[in-house]
Design a protein around this ligand. Sequence first.
Ligand code: AMP
Length: 250
Amino acid sequence: MKLLVPVKRVLDYNIKARPKADGSGVELAGLKMSMNPFDEIAMEAAIRLKEAGQATEIVAVSCGPAGNQETLRTALALGADRAILVTCEADVEPLAVAKLLQALVAREQPGLVLCGKQAIDDDANQTGQMLAALLGWAQATFASRIELQGDGAALVTREIDGGLETLSIRLPAVITADLRLNEPRYATLPNIMKAKKKPLDTLAPADLGVDTAPRLALVQVSEPPERQGGLIVPDVAALVDKLKNEAKVI
Ligand code: AMP
């Protein structure tokens, strides 16, 4: 079974995001970019399925500017067999990514798409769900355990508000990875070297018949309001007075 793993290139999670001076977006110039952490987890899940003999090939996909090649090379160094870059100029919205992935699924015919549960830049948490809907496939989001069963089904444990939920889904399906699914490995130096020779194809959205024009207009990006400083009160009576007369429920 072939696995398709979409990986997004995002501002590294160690870097504090700041708005651009004109508020037109988040400043990315000169800053470290990395694979979305949940996609590293999805990639690790794919590699483990292949290592267990339950998958035959892992194809990593990224939609975005040419710099995304670097993220795909990381995916190849981790264990993907092939990579596909769908070159898009600007940021692609989740629906457009889902449509591009839908077209790639038609080409590649994977048995499973393993996404991250959300990208840490837009926090949209939409792409996997939209892709499953477009394909008419089963979906299991926020997976913390995946067990492929021999009969074309998978048991997926999901993290939900009240605890854990285990679903049995039929393949092909879309599964999105949550934090506790696994601990991703690091790419070793020999594998980083080998990854340079692995195939990386480039496509344009038009090759897949998808219009990626944005449907949303970004109005403004700004810093959250600064936290107001704390106040030390002289005694309990003053505290009670402030709670009574000044404190507000937000
Ligand atoms: P989002 O819906 O934006 O929170 O993203 C959820 C997941 O969809 C990510 O963790 C990735 O697996 C995938 N994804 C989103 N955007 C892209 C992209 N531009 N290229 C490849 N995969 C993406």
